[in-house]
Design a protein around this ligand. Structure first.
Ligand SMILES: [Zn+2]
Length: 184
């Protein structure tokens, strides 16, 4: 039998919740942020070997990297990456933490949120934190994560930034029409 990573993650999450109770969110959060940070470091190293020096020069690289990360967390989409403000929006179609869908009052994806916080903190070079605006565990179509710099943290800016033509990258997806129709 082949154990898929997603199945392993689901089992681990269940077991941690059983053993650690309410502390399981803390454990999942620490693990997620660490894994995301390491992933960010690996992506930066990869970008450097490709000759891409700063996040400004690799939004498409970041988008592809995030969306092709098939670690079993669920199908991720980078919806928005604003390098000037440090605002990032990511959605996950089938987060492993949201199973079974529609069974929770609150957003459930602690690992995924922390993973994205770690990943984008490393990629952007500033501490970003966020929240899960809506979750499939609440019966929504998607899990949506909104990240922004920690209070008091501003993106590193220099005067040359003012000459930059664009720092906001919004990515459209052909499949995203399904999320529009169901929300209205
Ligand atoms: Zn979720």
């Amino acid at each position: 039998m082949v154990m898929l990573r997603r199945d392993a993650l689901t089992l681990m999450r269940k077991e941690i919740a059983r053993v650690a109770g309410v502390a399981s969110d803390v454990i999942m959060g620490i693990a997620g942020r660490r894994v995301g940070w390491e992933e960010g470091a690996a992506l930066i190293a990869k970008a450097e070997t490709l000759g891409l020096k700063a996040p400004e020069s690799f939004p498409e690289f970041v988008r592809v990297a995030v969306e092709e990360t098939n670690m079993g967390y669920g199908k991720m989409k980078l919806d928005k990456l604003d390098l000037a403000s440090g605002v990032v929006t990511v959605s996950i179609l089938n987060s492993f933490e949201a199973d079974p869908p529609g069974t929770s009052k609150n957003p459930a994806c602690v690992f995924a949120l922390s993973y994205l916080e770690g990943l984008f903190s490393k990629l952007l070079g500033i501490d970003v934190r966020g929240g899960e605006g809506s979750c499939r565990a609440q019966g929504k179509d998607l899990c949506v994560f909104n990240l922004a710099p920690k209070p008091g943290q501003e993106p590193k800016t220099d005067t040359s930034n003012q000459a930059r033509t664009t720092t906001l990258f919004e990515f459209t997806h052909s499949e995203s029409s399904s999320k529009n129709k169901s929300s209205l």
